[in-house]
Design a protein around this ligand. Structure first.
Ligand SMILES: Nc1nc2c(ncn2[C@@H]2O[C@H](COP(=O)(O)OP(=O)(O)OP(=O)(O)O)[C@@H](O)[C@H]2O)c(=O)[nH]1
Ligand SMILES: [Mg+2]
Ligand SMILES: [Zn+2]
Length: 373
């Protein structure tokens, strides 16, 4: 389903083209021109790493940031606000993610090419060979979960590994803090899930949430919201992006019986945060399967990764091998046995779903992604 038009960054000056001395306007635009406005690209999330990718003969092209991706069309944010991209024939929109930077022709907005990403959040879904792209060029991943019985450390560890693998900084956002007498026990359940992990408890529907999350939402910063349906991702987006009632992302009630959401949001979209940051809403994920996240797991479970070199066997699974330093730490009470169990389950699932290098030329082959639950 369509999310409707993307909202332009409020009160921004306009400048077209990449060169600093580029003309301030192109024909046909009705937006009032206020020149010069070089910081605006930076507030969109544009950085030296993207600028360096633009060749001298591409200087007349316009940088645009993908805001929505649908099967046959994409919209983007640019210096003039939201635009619909003109797609060349045979373009596959599944190769693009919300948050991607692309170069387009000024005026026509014909898509020329995508720039290399600095981060990419992706996941393999059941039955699909290609990973699903969640969002690109995200600085901080808000892993959203509620202060209720649905809070599940094993599920959060999956999201943490995904964030680490993508190169984004994870922050756990506990919503519905207004529904409990004291959010502290919920915060206590999540802070130990990764070294240095930051977590915040908020009422997603109150303006105070924006103040609490401001450190990650500054100019040029991009955050993405992920989590189960009904945890309050879209509610949080509406608060952070200060959406009016008619431009707000739709939010949905949750079932009383089991606190599960109804999958209200159905596509990913990029929105401006007043002050210069960007925020990406995503549909609720039923089950986050893991693949290709070995490095991300080592960050989430760093205390296990740190112990592993002390094991007798280099490929120790820390299950039954003699001389296992990890098992010794559990026996000595220095490592939580439940955490080791959760690591093992994730590491096994990751190994099962990750492409293996086979054949003389090292061709990658992907094991069929099973029907397992
Ligand atoms: N009291 C309270 N209610 C909240 C809070 N956050 C979200 N809600 C409510 O929880 C319900 C679900 O919120 P949504 O924002 O639609 O959740 P979502 O994560 O976007 O769900 P999907 O789009 O289905 O993935 C709505 O009824 C919200 O009003 C909160 O912090 N406090
Ligand atoms: Mg939603
Ligand atoms: Zn071991």
């Amino acid at each position: 389903m369509d999310q409707g038009p993307v909202i332009a960054a409020p009160g921004r000056a306009v400048q077209q083209g990449l060169a600093s001395d580029a003309p301030a306007a192109h024909a046909g635009s009705v937006t009032p021109k206020i020149a010069p406005a070089p910081p605006f690209l930076a507030s969109l999330g544009w950085s030296a790493a993207f600028a360096a990718q633009v060749s001298p003969d591409e200087q007349s092209l316009v940088p645009l940031r993908i805001a929505t991706v649908h099967r046959a069309r994409m919209s983007a944010q640019g210096l003039d606000g939201p635009v619909r991209l003109h797609l060349p024939p045979q373009i596959t929109t599944s190769d693009f993610a919300v948050g991607d930077w692309v170069l387009a022709e000024p005026g026509t907005h014909l898509l020329i090419r995508r720039l290399d990403r600095h981060t990419l959040l992706q996941r393999r879904t059941e039955g699909a060979r290609m990973p699903q792209l969640i969002a690109a060029n995200v600085d901080t991943l808000f892993i959203v979960t509620s202060c209720n019985a649905d809070l599940n450390p094993a599920r959060l560890e999956r999201y943490l590994a995904l964030a680490n693998e993508a190169g984004t900084t994870p922050v756990i956002v506990l919503t519905k803090a207004d529904r409990v007498a004291d959010p502290a026990p919920f915060l206590a359940q999540v802070t130990g899930l990764q070294r240095g992990l930051q977590s915040v408890a908020v009422n997603a529907r109150s303006a105070e949430a924006a103040a609490a999350l401001r450190p990650w939402c500054g100019p040029g910063q991009t955050v993405a919201l992920v989590g189960s349906s009904g945890v309050g991702k879209s509610s949080l987006l509406n608060t952070l992006a200060q959406k009016s009632a008619d431009e707000a992302q739709a939010t949905g009630s949750i079932r009383e019986s089991d606190a599960k959401g109804r999958h209200t949001t159905t596509s990913r979209s990029l929105h401006a945060i007043p002050g210069g940051g960007w925020i990406i809403d995503t549909p609720g994920i039923r089950t986050l399967h893991v693949s290709d996240i070995a490095a991300g797991l080592d960050v989430t479970f760093a205390e296990i990764a740190d112990l592993a070199p002390g094991c007798r066997f280099r490929n120790c699974t820390h299950a039954h091998e003699p001389g296992c330093a990890v098992q010794a730490a559990v026996a000595a009470g220095r490592l939580d046995g439940a955490r080791l169990e959760r690591w093992r389950k994730l590491a096994e699932e990751n190994a099962l779903n990750t492409p293996v290098v086979t054949g003389a030329r090292g061709n990658k082959s992907v094991k069929p992604f099973g029907k397992r639950r």
